[in-house]
Write a protein that binds this ligand. Structure first.
Ligand code: MN
Length: 199
């Protein structure tokens, strides 16, 4: 495993490659190839329904579980619980994690796109890695459902908040988490993904 993928050890140990169709770090065929870093938001119907918010950093996807999903209203601060780093190829994963396996349930690619680092410190860009370390990340997302500035702020041990920044894309009337349930990858809903898997 390449050196920068060491942080995927935890991911790998939780999963049995023979039982789940999730991408494995050693499958190097699928990696982010674009010039800009990517983000993905996956809806995950596991023991509890939640959203997983992931941003590319140094060859992996830094990840947070967001129980209520992202808001477009700057006043709605959403709890975000850090989870293990995921391989880049995970951004494309949609389907079923079998019963009995880690994270068992249905995964849907709810939104994805590129992002831009918004943190300029005295004219110098502060890397996303450093921002994560410091517990304060500001990025601009360019997704299909979600766009504009978002901040991730660490407020405690294993506790962050995901907050929409007050910009042109801020909109307190929108609620895409409930109005736009379909996958941006397949157009399917969670139920349809489940049905399809039975075919
Ligand atoms: Mn999850």
């Amino acid at each position: 495993m390449p050196k920068n993928k060491k942080s995927l050890k935890n991911y790998r140990q939780k999963r049995n490659a023979h039982r789940t169709s999730e991408p494995m770090p050693e499958d190097s065929s699928l990696t982010g190839t674009g010039k800009r870093p990517i983000f993905v938001i996956q809806q995950h119907d596991a023991s509890t329904l939640h959203f997983d918010f992931r941003i590319q950093d140094q060859g992996v996807l830094k990840s947070w579980a967001v129980p209520k999903g992202p808001s477009t209203d700057p006043k709605q601060k959403r709890l975000a619980i850090p989870t293990e780093d995921h391989p880049l190829a995970y951004a494309d994963f949609e389907g079923i994690i079998p019963e009995g396996e880690y994270g068992a349930g249905t995964v849907l690619v709810w939104d994805r796109g590129e992002y831009e680092n918004l943190n300029k410190d005295k004219g110098e860009e502060k890397s996303v890695s450093k921002q994560i370390k410091d517990g304060q990340v500001t990025i601009r997302l360019k997704g299909k459902k979600i766009s504009g500035g978002y901040a991730l702020i660490r407020t405690g041990d294993k506790r962050w908040l995901l907050i929409k920044m007050d910009d042109e894309q801020a909109d307190a009337r929108r609620n895409p988490v409930s109005t736009d349930p379909e996958s941006v990858k397949s157009g399917l809903t969670l139920d349809e993904i489940r049905e399809k898997s039975k075919e």
